[in-house]
Ligand binder design. Structure first.
Ligand code: SF4
Ligand code: SF4
Length: 472
């Protein structure tokens, strides 16, 4: 029985409701009247239910699909302007006892070396990341209670926050580790993490069980209910995601939105972010083995429909995607991307990109400086802002501001301040030139005279001194 308020996975991701929604979408995918009514609702920019959004995703009428893409672009612009937040993944350890069939870190893979960074190695990685200009990390580790216990993760977080190299600092550590207990989530919250990210991989229970044959992750309900335990443990911001290509994308899409609706119904706040990774090749993983893998057009449509369904939820795309694919989805709804990423353990301190411990192949291999320049040449404002979390604007406080579109009054000035830090401390001369122009071009969009005046003063202080970390 479908019940968004239930704490049982099988009830808030009810298979029956997903299938009913897909049936409803199939029945209406050519129905102009129904699609127009949904688009009318969507234009209020307050989101859509999983059923309505599923109709848009299934829609096969070319003109209506044009309207869907145009609306996604508008919502993206209205909520996020032209800002894109940058982050980098940091792999701590690839020891893992799970058996995920799509990931080369699975416990039975004997062909890859297993590495776990020491605190000294982490320090070096973090300095390398700070020297690139990063301020926001997502830490990643396999599940292994012996090699990667929670104490290890907590120690790593402490180390990361403690390093201040030159003008650098990591100001927000998001955490992507296995589902755990309320008590452990409480400890992570106390350690000052940003978002807790856990990909569902697939919401289709049977497929989930086939793809996760062994290890603690094989428990579908425990994994699916993890975000409720995280929130019970005091983590305000959680990030959802599915690995598109494992099961049928329309199923995943409907269930993902049901998960978001469930968090809102139970905790009063939906997901902070949604990630949209796709299955991609790696050590002993061949994409051809995944018959549900999706093409670029479908991927773009998914991004557009998520943007319309949950306008206030940040959306993340990683360096799995090629430059071309990233360009396309940035306009349609993506608000965060990784840049200069290395998806191997210890990858940032190696001169030559090491490949033997990569979790997945990186399509976009450009440096952070190149990514910054590329974004700005397309008129985006790259941002390293971490202000909300550090000003206590998290969870429902954040969502309230976000839904009222008020958060934008902070986002743009903060984006410009952090961009200025980057340009002053890390950018190449060409990137700096492009960036200074972007700052000037965007100043008029800071609406308040008072804020603009403070901003000018702080930009000057960054340029002429070592004072950093101004924020609104
Ligand atoms: S996806 Fe995560 S849990 Fe699964 S094998 Fe890879 S590292 Fe381990
Ligand atoms: S002000 Fe808040 S919402 Fe805006 S970019 Fe910064 S952290 Fe994100």
């Amino acid at each position: 029985m479908y019940n968004p308020q239930s704490l049982k996975a099988e009830e808030f991701i009810s298979e029956e409701e997903v299938l009913e929604s897909l049936k409803y979408a199939d029945e209406n995918k050519q129905n102009v009247e129904v699609i127009d009514a949904i688009l009318k609702k969507a234009r209020e920019e307050k989101g859509l239910s999983h059923r309505d959004a599923s109709v848009l995703l299934a829609c096969e009428i070319p003109e209506k699909n044009e309207e869907i893409f145009a609306l996604a672009k508008k919502i993206k612009q209205d909520y996020y302007g032209n800002r894109i937040v940058l982050f980098a993944p940091l792999y701590l350890s690839n020891y893992c006892i799970n058996g995920c069939t799509y990931c080369p870190y699975h416990g039975k893979n004997k062909t890859i070396p297993r590495i776990k960074l020491t605190q000294e190695e982490i320090k070096k990685e973090v300095i390398a990341l700070q020297d690139m200009g990063h301020k926001r990390l997502a830490i990643e580790a396999g599940e292994d209670p012996v090699n990667n216990p929670l104490e290890y993760i907590l120690e790593c977080i402490k180390t990361i926050y403690s390093i201040k190299h030159k003008n650098g600092a990591i100001r927000r550590v998001n955490v992507n580790i296995a589902a755990t207990t309320v008590e452990n989530y409480r400890r992570l919250a106390e350690a000052g993490i940003g978002t807790y990210i856990l990909f569902q991989e697939t919401y289709h229970k049977e497929t989930y069980e086939q793809l996760h044959p062994t290890g603690p992750k094989s428990d579908y309900a425990y994994h699916t209910e993890a975000m409720d335990r995280a929130m019970e443990g005091g983590i305000d911001d959680v990030g959802l995601g599915v690995l598109f290509g494992l099961d049928k994308y329309r199923y995943e899409f409907a269930a993902l939105l049901m998960h978001a609706e469930h968090l809102e119904a139970v905790h009063g706040v939906g997901p902070h972010t949604i990630s949209v990774p796709r299955v991609c090749p790696a050590d002993d993983i061949d994409v051809k083995d995944f018959k549900n893998s999706i093409d670029d057009d479908t991927f773009a449509k998914i991004v557009a429909c998520i943007r319309i369904a949950v306008p206030y939820t940040g959306m993340i795309v990683s360096t799995r995607e090629s430059q071309k694919s990233r360009e396309r989805v940035l306009q349609l709804g993506i608000s965060q991307i990784s840049g200069g990423s290395r998806t191997s353990v210890g990858g940032y301190t190696e001169e030559v990109r090491p490949e033997d411990t990569t979790q997945f192949d990186v399509s976009d291999r450009r440096s952070l400086d190149e990514v910054m320049k590329w974004l700005m040449e397309m008129d985006y404002v790259p941002s390293f802002c971490t202000a909300c979390y550090r000003e206590g604007r998290t969870g429902d406080r954040f969502m309230e501001l976000c839904k009222a579109k008020q958060i934008q009054n902070c986002c743009l000035p903060n984006a410009l301040l952090t961009l200025k830090e980057y340009l002053t401390d890390y950018a190449s001369p060409e990137t700096r030139k492009v960036g200074e122009k972007i700052i000037e071009d965007n100043m008029p969009d800071v609406k308040s005279d008072k804020v603009r005046e403070i901003l000018r003063d702080e930009l000057e202080k960054i340029e002429n001194g070592s004072e950093r970390d101004f924020r609104f």
